[in-house]
Design a protein. Structure first.
Length: 130
């Protein structure tokens, strides 16, 4: 009897671990407006990350936002720094709950805009195009 309960407990625990790993490490393939949240702030720093990412830090914000594979998309640290450093920007980040982002702020930038001009955008519109 104890062996069956133990095996059932292990099976349930395994399923929970698999589900948690799936929702945590699920890749971002297509981003729609409903998947994002918009924030704005003054850019404190722009840094080069690993894998071609460019990280953007906003004043009075604890998150380290990033443009995924920005270098491969033609963006450079120096170019973004010259354009947005110490300026108020608006950005849309992915909102997704994971065990590591319980505040639903996944710091992947989907849209970055300065005043009325969009600098970076990967959000797919309703017709299926960016």
């Amino acid at each position: 009897m104890f062996k069956r309960v133990y095996l059932a407990f292990c099976a349930v625990l395994f399923v929970i671990v698999l589900y948690t790993a799936f929702i945590t490490f699920r890749p971002i393939t297509a981003v729609y407006v409903d998947d994002t949240a918009k924030i704005s702030g003054v850019v404190e720093s722009v840094t080069q990350g690993s894998g071609g990412d460019i990280h953007i830090k906003l004043n009075k914000d604890t998150h380290n936002y990033y443009i995924n594979r920005a270098n491969q998309l033609g963006y450079t640290k120096q170019g973004l720094e010259n354009l947005i450093l110490n300026k108020r920007v608006s950005l849309c980040h992915i909102k997704r709950w994971t065990p590591f982002t319980r505040d639903k702020v996944l710091p992947h930038i989907s849209r970055l805009s300065l005043r009325d001009s969009i600098i970076f955008d990967e959000i797919i519109k309703d017709n299926g195009k960016k």
